[in-house]
Ligand binder design. Structure first.
Ligand code: SAH
Length: 213
């Protein structure tokens, strides 16, 4: 599959739509405009790529809704060179948006099939996260901490302590918390021991799973 003029036209319309839904950051909107979302989905489904909807990918998982990707990314307030940890690589679409913002990206996926598929895809497309690890995101990536930002792209029943402890002072954790539907939480580390919490609306994600199966 290629990125054609038609795809780019549809992407421009998608960007207009998510801007009308309240995404303001010019950098985030430019990143959504740049990343060819249809290439992250199985061929045959590309007609769905530029609707503002989540969509099924391999292993019973989903590629997040573009608005949600933009919203979570905006909350991170990424500056070029920031170290960002993503939990739940999935299709790699969110990863590519982070890379487009010139972040140094560390990303974790716990489903082996999806990990292998997305790894091949990144290699083929030339997407280069600093590290792409098969493992359990509840643990974060302690060997690479601290991070400027941590982004969880699955619904977490609780906020993993490990992720809070891997934030820099001033760093931000964006995490949807809840079982059936989730409240988007923005947690900012204001000092070694203090964290500020802000609730940022209601969303629905696939679950952040605790044990491997
Ligand atoms: N960012 C992805 C969204 C994928 S959906 C995208 O843009 O496509 C959430 C992903 O989180 C799924 O791929 C799921 O397998 C993964 N996941 C669930 N529990 C996890 C855990 N404990 N650690 C790491 N990844 C997890």
């Amino acid at each position: 599959m290629k990125d054609t003029l038609k795809h780019r036209g549809k992407r421009n319309q998608l960007v207009d739509l998510i801007a009308s839904k309240g995404i303001k950051s010019p950098e985030v909107l430019a990143a959504i405009r740049a990343v060819p979302r249809h290439l992250f989905m199985d061929s045959g489904f590309e007609d769905h790529a530029y609707q503002d909807k989540a969509f099924p990918i391999a292993s019973g998982q989903t590629i997040s809704q573009p608005y949600t990707v933009a919203y979570q990314t905006e909350l991170l307030e990424i500056k070029p060179g920031d170290k960002i940890l993503e939990i739940g690589t999935g299709s790699g679409y969110q990863t590519a948006v982070l890379l487009q913002l010139k972040a140094k990206v560390f990303t974790v996926e716990r489903q082996l099939n999806l990990f292998k598929k997305t790894k091949l895809f990144f290699d083929r497309m030339g997407y280069r996260p600093k590290r792409f690890v098969f493992g359990d995101g509840y643990k974060g990536m302690p060997e690479e901490a601290p991070f400027d930002g941590i982004l969880v792209t699955a619904g977490a029943p609780r906020i993993p302590k490990a992720l809070m402890s891997q934030l820099k002072i001033g760093g931000r954790l964006v995490i949807p918390v809840g079982e059936d539907h989730q409240t988007m939480m923005l947690i900012t580390r204001s000092s070694e021991k203090e964290f500020e919490r802000r609730e940022c609306g209601s969303f629905r994600f696939v679950p952040l799973l605790e044990d491997k199966n």
